[in-house]
Design a protein around this ligand. Structure first.
Ligand code: SOE
Length: 389
């Protein structure tokens, strides 16, 4: 692990903290082929960036991301900013020969995601890598689900049922945040959390979404402006702002293997804090995952005799389960942050092996195309069939 990998991270809010934890922890629990160095933290405000660097463990700070991506002392740029800056930063970094890890959704539009994917493909020819942070792929129970589907344990995929439920803005008094502004976030629940379940279901099934029929809704259109914070925990200040994104998205979809799917993404499911629920029903069996019980994967094996068959609760904490081996003895469980650590481990492994890490920017573009189709479908009311009252 003697060759360093000098990382510059742009952004230091919620995702910046999660990524910092992963960069700090990965080399301490896993035998990495490169030695990550938390070299430079970049933010807009010098004082806040310095305080964050101190807290999160970064060696130096800057307020100039352009200089950071050009720096000869940086090997990888980790983009943890709102979506409206992903394309500019990631493309500049790739063109400067830096590897890039970029938060999800990849971009705010298909055009931006296409430009980023093209930049990643050009960079790949020069041995430079790009990865998008669909982190939940690396929750061990999710990785096991994908493995079981690939092994044919559930047969052909007939139904996919996916929901991502949160409630952090269900209260109309919850203040504005960049996540509620279309020019910063691209879309609302759809891109922020719906993107995760689109990626997860494509990843688990090994198939792609081929078409959608969708509805979007914004339940609360005006909110107090944020006095401070403004991310998931801001406090209300003076005046109000207009919410320009969806609060909730629902859509039907078809998968490339012929299966049907329903998707739901909402920030208005009171009591559901970060509930990612995915069920896949195949011709031979079923799988079910719920992030609120994230160390468990449910598996129904249709080959078992009717008299004893039933959903089996697999505790995904055995050393032989994906990603689990380097952690605790069986049964001790992993959490949200471990998936970020696995992301760093796999990224560093791919870089050292000269392979392209996944999910690639092309995977991010595939999700972006689904999000865009959902928005177009929801805007086209001609396909909505009213029920006569
Ligand atoms: C907020 O909705 C959020 O932090 C998302 O932005 C993340 O991607 C998700 O993992 C948790 O919720």
């Amino acid at each position: 692990m003697s060759t360093p990998l000098r990382v510059a991270m742009v952004g230091h809010a919620f995702m910046g903290a999660a990524h910092s934890q992963a960069w700090r922890t990965a080399p301490r629990f896993f035998d990495l082929p490169l030695r990550p160095e938390m070299s430079l933290l970049v933010g807009r405000d010098a004082e806040r960036t310095a305080a964050a660097a101190d807290r999160l463990g970064w060696a130096a700070t800057s307020t100039d991301w352009q200089a950071a991506v050009q720096s000869p002392d940086v090997d990888l740029v980790d983009v943890c900013t709102p979506g409206d800056t992903h394309a500019e930063i990631a493309i500049a970094a790739l063109e400067a020969g830096k590897h890039v890890l970029c938060e999800k959704p990849l971009a705010n539009s298909v055009a931006e995601a296409e430009a980023m994917t093209a930049a990643a493909e050009r960079a790949a020819e020069r041995g430079v890598s790009a990865m998008v942070g669909f982190t939940y792929r690396r929750v061990p129970a999710v990785a096991l689900a994908r493995q079981l589907v690939a092994e044919g344990r559930i047969g052909e995929v007939r139904h996919v049922r996916a929901a991502y439920l949160q409630d952090w803005i269900a209260d109309p008094a919850a203040p504005m945040s960049w996540r509620l502004e279309a020019d910063k976030a691209g879309s609302g629940a759809l891109g922020d959390i719906g993107a995760h379940v689109v990626d997860l279901t494509q990843h688990i099934t090994g198939e792609v979404v081929t078409g959608v029929s969708a509805a979007l809704e914004t339940f609360v259109k005006e909110r107090p402006l944020a006095a401070a914070g403004g991310s998931l925990s801001g406090t209300a200040g003076e005046g109000t702002g207009t919410v320009t994104v969806d609060d909730a998205a629902v859509f039907l979809a078809r998968f490339s293997g012929g299966g049907l799917a329903t998707f739901e993404a909402t920030r208005f499911a009171l009591g559901r804090k970060n509930a990612i629920r995915i069920e896949v029903n195949g011709s031979l069996g079923s799988l079910a995952f719920d992030f609120e019980d994230m160390n468990v994967l449910e598996f129904f094996d249709g080959a078992e005799p009717d008299t004893t068959a039933g959903f089996r609760r697999i505790l995904v904490t055995e050393p032989g389960h994906p990603h689990v081996g380097a952690w605790w003895p069986a049964g001790h469980g992993l959490g949200y942050e471990h998936a970020f650590t696995h992301q760093v481990v796999d990224l560093v492994g791919a870089l050292a092996a000269g392979e392209q890490p996944t999910p690639s920017f092309a995977d991010g573009l595939a999700v972006q195309r689904v999000l865009d189709a959902v928005q177009r479908s929801a805007a086209d009311r001609s396909t909505w069939t009213p029920v006569p009252l």
